[in-house]
Design a protein around this ligand. Sequence first.
Ligand code: FAD
Length: 258
Amino acid sequence: MHRLQRAHGILVSDLDRQAIREMADSVDPGFCHGVHFNRPNWFSSPYEVVKAMVDEVSELGGEIVNRRVLSITGEDHSALVHTDDGSYSADRVIIAAGADSAAFTKELGDPVPLIAERGYHIMIPGPGIDLSLPVLFADYKVVATPMSEGLRLAGTSELTTDDSPPTAGRIESLVNLAPKLLPGINLEGYEEWMGRRPTLPDSLPVIGQARHHRAVWYAFGHQHLGVTLAAITARLVTQSIFGEKPVIDLTPYRPQRF
Ligand SMILES: Cc1cc2nc3c(=O)[nH]c(=O)nc-3n(C[C@H](O)[C@H](O)[C@H](O)COP(=O)(O)OP(=O)(O)OC[C@H]3O[C@@H](n4cnc5c(N)ncnc54)[C@H](O)[C@@H]3O)c2cc1C
């Protein structure tokens, strides 16, 4: 794996116990082997990122309309979006509704086996420890990320029915793990969160055009990597809609592959 990453120019170095201490001394000293990815990037505040994008859209003359979409009907050159507060006509519609996208694609004649793969996090406002970079505890499938609002401990993958309530044990296991991984952490005032990863059986996203309604496009199903892959997917969809050749071949992502 690391050989493959190095071959693609990702700088990866092995860390021993001492090197882990030097890089992240809040991590439990029991960890004796780690891997460092050079120049990691992460969002310190996803909210601020989304807010900046909303501002940019407004500055460019776009309008953000916040409505619940009930259904979408399409033609070749236009589509109608029916919401809980009126209908909107558009030359092109992109369905990017995460784990809720499948209901729309089914109605449009492109059923996809999409599920909500649930994950959890706790947000710790005053952890009382210093972590200057995200740490993935690979054995436990938990990531600790320093953010502007505190320290976030995230992870777990839960396959269940979509309408079942959050599983308390998932949060409990994060809470129990926290002091083992990061001794001295102060969990006071932590907040709980559950999210739904849009996941398909082949782990690939759906990027492409509706079979019967050429004005409708799909962009969803990025499972654990939706934040990382959002920009490239936006580029691929934009290129496709404007008749340019996408920078990569989109065949593996076609909605009709199932
Ligand atoms: C615990 C956890 C940790 C994660 N960590 C990472 C990570 O480190 N890196 C990474 O890249 N990814 C990560 N992910 C995955 C990432 O969050 C998802 O892949 C990503 O959010 C998918 O983006 P999306 O826009 O397709 O869907 P969503 O983020 O789910 O957005 C879909 C939007 O559509 C809206 N919507 C749905 N139905 C309707 C409707 N009928 N009408 C109007 N609006 C509607 C929803 O309200 C929502 O705003 C993580 C996920 C979890 C749960």
